[in-house]
Design a protein around this ligand. Structure first.
Ligand code: TK8
Length: 334
């Protein structure tokens, strides 16, 4: 029996009950619904992570009914975060890039070539700096639980074998809605345009844009090889996800539920990172098997992109962002 899923219900009424066959004297368990949406599809490690979260949470408490929505069914990253604020959904797992539009400091993660590898990213994200940034979301109605992984982003495009920034000249590249990403791609020589992820495949297919940038797992599971000819392993940016729920849902949870949510989120994080790292390691071959040319860059070729990106640091490293950037760089140098 599902009640309270109709438009206009307040979140408090959005509960489900179970136990139609329980004896009259047993009170049915009242469950609060936690609707979690993402932009990626069911094949992506991110969705597997959400399934893990649900499974682990259900082992610990029976008062939360987790419902999962893939494929931007609840909207794009920005709309889903607004959904958390408005109470139209309870959870999501956006890339950090659109979070910068809500909490400025998150833009520290948008500087290209900031993290050299995944281990460095884990160190910062799972440490003090990462936690401070998660905590800053609460003031915006979002409870940041833990960081999951989107991963190192790579360029794909339809028509050009890109090996150096000059090869990107005039290439129309979709980026996430983030000013630093736009500036970075302009610095590379491309013609970038921001777009929600849910519109991307069609835009590539209809040639509204020539290319895009995402980690290997997304390029593969979203079948971008059907509409793109080339992947260049630029690895220009490590992209974290933040697994978050609405502050309201968190505040309405008992201490026992809060502990269970946090534990399940961490187990799911470890699972998701592992699957994602395996995917990013192994799926290049599958892209080639599906007709894409995958271009590996020499260290010198990668350095040419890095040099272009370095030129935009000054413009965006201002105020709080500059402070965080400095702290991240010091932490990485340790
Ligand atoms: C999915 C996005 C996606 C991101 C993007 O909602 O927009 O390119 O990399 O994973 O978060």
């Amino acid at each position: 029996l599902v009640v309270g899923l109709f438009a206009g219900c307040t979140p408090k009424q959005q509960t489900t009950t179970e136990g139609g066959n329980t004896p009259a004297e047993t009170k049915p368990v009242e469950k609060r619904v936690m609707r979690i949406g993402i932009g990626l599809n069911e094949d992506h490690p991110q969705f597997k992570g959400l399934e893990k979260f649900k499974e682990e949470l259900n082992k610990k408490v029976d008062t939360i009914d987790v419902q999962l929505f893939a494929n931007s069914a609840l909207g794009d990253d920005r709309a889903m975060m607004e959904g958390l604020q408005l109470g139209t959904q309870e959870g999501t797992c956006p890339s950090t890039a659109p979070i910068g539009n809500f909490v400025e400091e998150f833009k520290v993660f948008d500087f290209p070539y900031l993290f050299p590898d995944e281990a460095s990213a884990d160190k910062v994200l799972d440490g003090e700096i990462g936690q401070e940034l998660l905590d800053s979301l609460s003031a915006k109605g979002m409870k940041g639980l833990v960081y999951w992984e989107n991963g190192f982003r790579n360029l794909t495009n339809r028509q050009v074998e890109v090996r150096k920034p000059e090869d990107m000249k005039g290439l129309k590249v979709r980026t996430m809605e983030n000013p630093i990403h736009l500036a970075a791609f302009r610095a590379f020589g491309a013609n970038p345009t921001p777009m929600a992820f849910g519109e991307l495949f069609t835009a590539l297919q209809q040639k509204t844009v020539d290319g895009q940038e995402n980690p290997i797992a997304t390029i593969y599971y979203n079948k971008f090889y059907e509409v793109q000819g080339y992947t260049t392993l630029t690895k220009h940016l490590y992209s974290p996800f933040v697994f978050m729920i609405s502050q309201k849902f968190w505040d309405e949870s008992t201490p026992e539920e809060q502990e269970a949510i946090m534990e399940a989120a961490k187990i799911a994080r470890d699972h998701e990172r592992q699957l994602n790292r395996e995917a990013n390691e192994t799926l290049s071959k599958e892209l080639e098997a599906n007709g894409m040319k995958v271009i590996e860059l020499t260290p010198e070729e990668q350095q040419a992109f890095q040099t272009k990106a370095q030129a935009i640091y000054g413009e965006f490293a201002q105020g709080k962002i500059a402070e965080y950037l400095d702290r991240v760089q010091k932490e990485l140098a340790k």
